[in-house]
Design a protein around this ligand. Sequence first.
Ligand SMILES: *Cc1c(COP(=O)(O)O)cnc(C)c1O
Length: 402
Amino acid sequence: MLEQVDPPQTVPHQKAVRPTFLPFSLPDLGEDEISEVVDTLRSGWLTMGPKTQQFEANFRDYVGSAEAVAVNSCTAALHLALVAAGIGEGDEVITSPLTFCATANTVIHQRAKPILADIKAEDFNLDPKQVEKKITSRTRAIIPVHMAGQPCRMDELLDIAHQYDLRVIEDAAHAIGASYKGQRVGSMSDATAFSFYATKNLTTGEGGMLTTNNEELAEVARNLRLHGLSHHAWKRYQAVGSWYYEVIAPGFKYNMTDIQASLGLHQLARIDQFTEVRQHYAAIYSEAFAAIPEIQIPVAGPDLTHAWHLYIIRLTPDALTINRDHFIEELKAENIGTSVHFIPLHLHPFYQAEFGYAPGDFPITEAVYQGAISLPLYTRMTEADIYTVIEAVQRIVERHRR
Ligand SMILES: *Cc1c(COP(=O)(O)O)cnc(C)c1O
């Protein structure tokens, strides 16, 4: 009798280097997005207007928040949330060292101090216990970062915030489509900031959204995103508008445009489909890499929907004869684009010089950073592309196994 042999998931070492370079990220823009932009260009109304309002309404409905304020970046949304929450000179705001610099820079723009707290290795997110240790009489807010699209432990963080009377402003740059215990990210805390940067799960080229359930906060943000002009001043060039406005605060130039919103409307309509593809590809990666002890795979926690913005593997310490940087070089030679998220804030010269942070301050973050590689994960990849990444990783591990 013939023996039943399961076909192997992938065939390691057989296929050659892929013939074309696989970029780390590509936006997924369809004909609907393109036609909507053309319609906007033909309409004569380019800047913030009816399409931005429609995008805000749809976004609010999608995340389940009372309010959504469209802006030109996640950075702007974070900044507006901090201003609207009254964060100012001498205040302390606790956040993760494993984030993009904008998270901390917006705090500094308010003359407040970013206080870093270490993460948990399981999900790369703020460790609530470490957060609690950093609370002082000056602490005013926490900025949880939903790293890679995996929601933070929001119930624990919201409990701490409640106990110490702190605001919670979420950096959800990676987390459109994610949910935590049945609630969508964007509906749970004082304010949430989303990014529509070109590499993010939903893109408008550049763009962002601030969501909140607090009407007053939304009103302040709406005013400040357009120079601090009084309500409806953006309509001043429309038939229903008036030439008259009043400046009620020294605001910013943070508004979204209808060109951006044209993309956003159709990207939002496709976001659940995008997330499903990302989840499917992440599952293929994880099944293959689970068999390689030299690679540690990212794991989604219970009670949440992971948006899989990033698929971050970690090289098991001392398991290979090469380090992470060398591994990335070999992936490049295999025609695979990668990235690293992120160089921890406390390893950058500015935060060291300004706040006295130093290597060794956040050991979990540093250990994660040391071995972290973000592999390509986006909807324009084919399943065959995913397998070329898996095979490249397998070949490199085979070559450099200890
Ligand atoms: C991309 C990103 C931002 C900044 O988003 P912009 O829209 O470019 O301002 C902030 N935080 C994190 C974690 C990000 O990845």
